[in-house]
Each structure stands twice: as structure tokens, then as C-alpha cells.
Ligand binder design. Structure first.
Ligand SMILES: [Zn+2]
Length: 150
């Protein structure tokens, strides 16, 4: 069974609509202008390994739920960050109600919970919504720490 599917991502630079694989090596670029594309995909229990753990760029995981108000606030903020940092990170959104395995594996007590995953390892974790400046710094600090270690 293959879990690789595609999603349509509009290029923020030239508005070209690109068909982008949800998993796979490398980092997607626009087929028209060749700028890096924001890589924003959904994953569930059966696709998470392929989509998030094996991803080449670091991953921000957004553990969210349809009934959660703060999740609706933080989702567009994360999409903004993924667009700003196109080519540097991948945003993976997990609906916790449809992903019981991931919720228990990551011990999700509240939504939204945000994780930074690098090479399949959780390197940072944040519970609750936060403004874009805070999340940007949170991500950058996690990556800086990661670079020190390696
Ligand atoms: Zn483009």
C-alpha cells in the first residue's frame, strides 16, 4: 500500500497551482518560477511516518481538532510561517480525533499542541496558541539548539 498522495499548493510568488506530493525526498519548488513552495500537508496515524518522520526539512506538527477555537487561530499563523519559511520547513497538520495513535504516542493533553520534528525526533513542543512572533522564535530556537548538538 502506498501512502503517497498529492496536494495542490498555490505558489505565493507567481500564483501558479502546483501538484505537490505529500511525502517524498527533497523540498518542493514551483514548476513555473522555481521558488521554494510552502509545504503544508495533512497526516493521520497511517501516513505520519512517511509524511513527517521521513521528511527532509524540519517539520512543525500541528495537532489540532475541529471543535477547538484556539486551533482555528493558530492554523493560519502556522501557514503564514510555512509560507515565510518555504523550503526551510514542512507543516504537517494532524486532526487528533482522527489520529488516536499519534495523540497517545505524543501524549497530547490539550489542543493545539505544536511539535518540531527533525529526523523523526521531537526537538520542541508548545501547548496552546501563540502569536506569529513567538512561534517564529520558538522554531528558530529549536533549530539553533539542534545545530549546536549536531
Ligand atoms: Zn511560482
Amino acid at each position: 500500500m502506498t501512502t503517497t498522495t498529492a496536494t495542490i499548493i498555490r505558489c505565493p510568488n507567481c500564483q501558479h497551482k502546483n501538484r505537490v506530493l505529500t511525502a517524498g525526498a527533497g523540498r518542493p519548488r514551483c514548476g513555473n518560477c522555481h521558488e521554494p513552495l510552502p509545504w503544508i500537508v495533512d497526516a493521520l496515524d497511517d501516513t505520519f511516518a512517511e509524511v513527517a518522520e521521513k521528511a527532509d526539512p524540519p517539520v512543525i506538527v500541528d495537532m489540532w481538532a475541529t471543535w477547538c477555537g484556539p486551533c482555528r487561530v493558530v492554523s493560519p499563523i502556522l501557514e503564514q510561517l510555512a509560507t515565510e519559511r518555504a523550503g526551510e520547513l514542512k507543516l504537517v497538520k494532524v486532526d487528533v480525533d482522527r489520529a488516536p495513535g499519534l495523540s497517545s504516542r505524543f501524549g497530547i493533553q490539550a489542543v493545539p499542541t505544536l511539535l518540531v520534528l527533525h529526523g523523526g525526533e521531537v526537538i520542541a513542543r508548545q501547548a496552546g496558541a501563540a502569536p506569529v512572533g513567538v512561534l517564529r522564535r520558538w522554531f528558530d530556537e529549536a533549530m539553533a539548539k539542534e545545530r549546536e548538538v549536531s
